[in-house]
Design a binder for this molecule. Structure first.
Ligand code: BGC
Length: 234
């Protein structure tokens, strides 16, 4: 497909603290510099959509849009949004954003999108993201098991993975304790999923100081946006 139609994908990563965008070419390489705005507070659907539209207007031309959303997404409709606002429950993000931008829009979970940019496509691959929340994604031979929500499952001491390892916990207990918890979480996930590889992304992955097992790799946060190209490969 050498014509210019559908060559440029605006990739959007909606996070609990920042909304980030950049434009990808047909092979998934970035064509623009990433731009970011603080996530509006309260993070209601229309405020976030306005932030995306503002960011989009600084990115030049694009033909279609991929969005990573921090909650469960089914057919473009957001079903949960623990770190944003309850107005997102049952919101047609793909439809409403498409009307605003005048382009086709596809939406998936943010950790799923991060994973699509990180995996190699062989064996059992797992992805976790460390940011405001705790994201998780699972792939078998490159095929996504959508909307895995490990973050809200019980981890230890009566708390979930997100309660123990999300940004609020990191700020509360500090780097050392958070790093020790992370090592326990990695062991627990290995035990449960027997993954071949685990990738760790998200804004707080830079705070990791522990020696990681050989099959665990840190991926840059921009991977969350680079995964956007895969939403249009069907
Ligand atoms: C949400 C997940 C999301 C993760 C990271 C969690 O609170 O439930 O869907 O992937 O945060 O943003």
């Amino acid at each position: 497909m050498e014509n210019s139609q559908h060559n440029r994908t605006l990739s959007v990563d909606i996070g609990g603290s920042g909304v980030k965008v950049l434009v990808l070419d047909i092979t998934g390489n970035p064509l623009t510099k990433r731009s970011r705005l603080e996530t509006p507070q309260p993070a209601k659907p229309l405020s976030v959509i306005h932030a995306i539209a503002t960011l989009a207007s600084s990115q030049g031309e694009f033909d279609r849009v991929s969005v990573g959303f921090p909650g469960v997404v089914r057919n473009g409709v957001t079903q949960t949004a623990v770190n944003l606002d309850s107005d997102w429950v049952g919101f047609d993000l793909a439809g409403v954003l498409s009307e605003h931008l005048g382009k086709p829009v596809r939406v998936i979970n943010d950790a799923d999108m991060q994973g699509l940019g990180a995996i190699q496509g062989k064996g059992v691959e797992m992805v976790i993201t460390l940011g405001t929340g705790f994201g998780s994604a699972l792939f078998v031979d490159g095929k996504l098991v959508p909307n895995l929500e490990m973050g809200h499952h019980l981890f230890r001491k009566g708390e979930t993975y997100e309660q123990q390892l999300g940004r609020a916990a990191l700020e509360k207990v500090g780097d050392d304790k958070w790093n020790r918890r992370l090592l326990k979480a990695i062991a627990s996930l290995q035990h449960l999923f027997n993954y071949d590889y685990l990738y760790i992304g998200g804004g707080e992955a830079t705070r990791i100081k522990i020696q990681l097992p050989k099959n665990v790799k840190i991926v840059p946060n921009i991977t969350g946006l680079l995964g956007g190209i895969t939403l249009w490969r069907d």
